[in-house]
Ligand binder design. Structure first.
Ligand SMILES: [Zn+2]
Length: 273
């Protein structure tokens, strides 16, 4: 069981009798009661939480990375044309819209232990504590330095191992369909290598941005953080939105599609708080 406690059936008797186990001396019935009450508490917390959608809408002519394929949404069958039901065919890149990069995006199978494809990324990796950094003062072409993160931690909260750190550049306000997309796809602000390495050393689970990439276009051509992050299994989330609606700390939740051998996946990402 991925979430919460193991079920009664999943706990062998040897675990319940092992003095080091959290279930030591607990009967099967008591485990069932614990699981039920914690599930009820989780459902209650979810029902009373605010939920912010952090994903851009997938639609034709939306901004995309210049070297990536475009998004196509094509009518396949419809009641308007005599079919029983409505369906569309999607033709898109794994990196269309709001998405996550899997390690295999940059790390080849020459490093088999690091070449992790999106279907191999544990589903819990993108469920965890989110931290939102306000980086709206950074302009086109700027890089966020390490000091900005340290200053933020000193006045807010420490970034912990396993956190999912989101940089709010305010760049999603520029998201616009072609031909109005130039302001989004050119010269966005990025995350510096020293700032990224500071986060890798925590280590955080993921870094997210409301731009096309945490790497500025110039950095991508020289010394980008992409291969360094992905080699360390730190996931990269791109094209987020609505980051200005978040508190400093929240629950981040996003589930990648299980694309066998995939280099990444579109995400429906949300924040709960
Ligand atoms: Zn990507």
């Amino acid at each position: 069981m991925e979430l919460g406690h193991p079920t009664q059936a999943a706990i062998p008797a040897s675990v319940m009798s092992n003095r080091d186990s959290p279930y030591a001396g607990v009967t099967a019935l008591q485990v069932r009661i614990i699981v039920m009450s914690e599930t009820t508490a989780l459902l209650h917390a979810l029902a009373n939480s605010q939920c912010v959608d952090l994903s851009q809408s997938l639609e034709e002519h939306m901004p995309h990375y210049p070297t990536h394929s475009k998004f196509n949404h094509t009518l396949w069958n419809s009641y308007w044309h005599g079919d029983r039901a409505l369906t569309y065919q999607l033709l898109m890149n794994e990196h269309s819209g709001t998405h996550v990069d899997a390690p295999a995006h940059f790390i080849s199978d020459a490093k088999p232990d690091r070449h992790v494809t999106i279907d191999q990324v544990p589903v819990r990796r993108l469920i965890g504590r989110g931290v939102r950094l306000d980086c709206r003062k950074f302009q086109a072409g700027d890089y966020v330095p390490r000091k900005t993160i340290e200053d933020w931690e000193a006045s807010h909260v420490s970034i912990e191992p396993g956190d999912i750190v989101l940089f709010n550049f305010g760049w999603s306000e520029r998201w616009a369909l072609r031909p109005g997309h130039a302001g989004y796809v050119e010269n966005w602000p990025g995350v510096s290598m020293e700032a990224a390495e500071y986060l890798f050393n925590k280590p955080v689970t993921a870094i997210g941005v409301d731009t096309l990439s945490p790497d500025h276009p110039v950095a991508l051509a020289s010394h980008p953080i992409h291969p360094v992050a992905l080699e360390k299994q730190v996931l990269l989330i791109e094209n987020l939105c609505h980051l200005d609606m978040l508190p400093d700390v929240f629950v981040f939740l996003a589930l990648p599609l299980k694309i066998r051998g995939g280099s990444g996946s579109p995400l429906r990402a949300v924040a709960l708080f």
